[in-house]
Ligand binder design. Sequence first.
Ligand code: NAP
Length: 315
Amino acid sequence: MTPKGKILVTRSLPGNALERLREKGYQVEVHEGLFLPREDLLKRVEGAIGLIPTVEDRIDAEVMDRAPELKVIACYSVGVDHVDLEAAKARGIRVTHTPGVLTEATADLTLALLLAVARRVVEGVDYARRGLWRAWHPELLLGMDLQGATLGIVGMGRIGQAVAQRAEAFGMKVVYTSRAPKPLPYPHLSLEELLATSDIVSLHTPLTPETHRLMNRERLFAMRPGSILINTARGGLVDTEALVEALKGHLFGAGLDVTDPEPLPPGHPLYTLPNAVITPHIGSAGRRTRERMAEIAVENLLFALEGREPPNPVV
Ligand code: NAP
């Protein structure tokens, strides 16, 4: 079979989805390292007709211009803030993503962070491991009770709603803000009202020019004293410097799966705060979820290459 063209996949993916591309005669190039330096991305994309990038690859006009035959960028994520959509549109390149399949896994991790911060799980594990656990005490590691607490969801889409369902099972009261009210059994508030009434604020909007630094200094300090911030959406939604300050007295804690900058460099002030629980962007990292994401990315890529409307188009 004559090769049909080169597909660059910027990281190895779990499962067998890429076999489907090979069986169809595409020349699949997979970058095997932990990360792909910019210079290598610019070189390796040359000659590609299809690209499967991860959230860590900035796919801008420069990358696209290195691959004039590029027809499709099939994102291995639901978020597409790492892709210059206007540049893709201008060049007639299709962009697709993987919505839905990762909703439940990301909502699960949101609850994991929420529980970890509210009940000081990481501090407790650390305390026990360091040999400090010598007695039971009524005032040891007191946290926030979730029963009856108000959870404010910012961005009530797929993941926001899945988080709301889980929160209800814990006896929390759910309120939310989105640009438009939804037919849901929860009060729709303005962001300012939500910040003033929530014990926990959880972010679930995409990162766009409109939501960049949505949680700026003023809004972080407008959260209730002793409340919790959870971010499993995108690091750019939060002013990191202001968050560090807010965590030194104003807030009870923060649970972050995403940060700005990302990855968060070793020695960053956030790592020194016992009330910040940070995971390395693993929201969708359930094995089955990640395998399905690969299958969906491949499906989108094939549809676009075959000139058909892909199932999950962005551009
Ligand atoms: P979605 O279904 O599109 O939901 C996003 C919601 O945000 C929409 O309902 C939208 O509602 C709302 N929104 C948009 N702009 C807003 C604004 N300015 N103010 C308030 N609300 C706004 O997306 P999803 O599937 O739930 O995913 C959400 C985000 O999570 C993704 O974009 C991605 O960045 C992130 N994510 C992270 C991980 C991870 O590994 N940590 C995994 C998956 C997803 P309106 O249109 O009514 O405003």
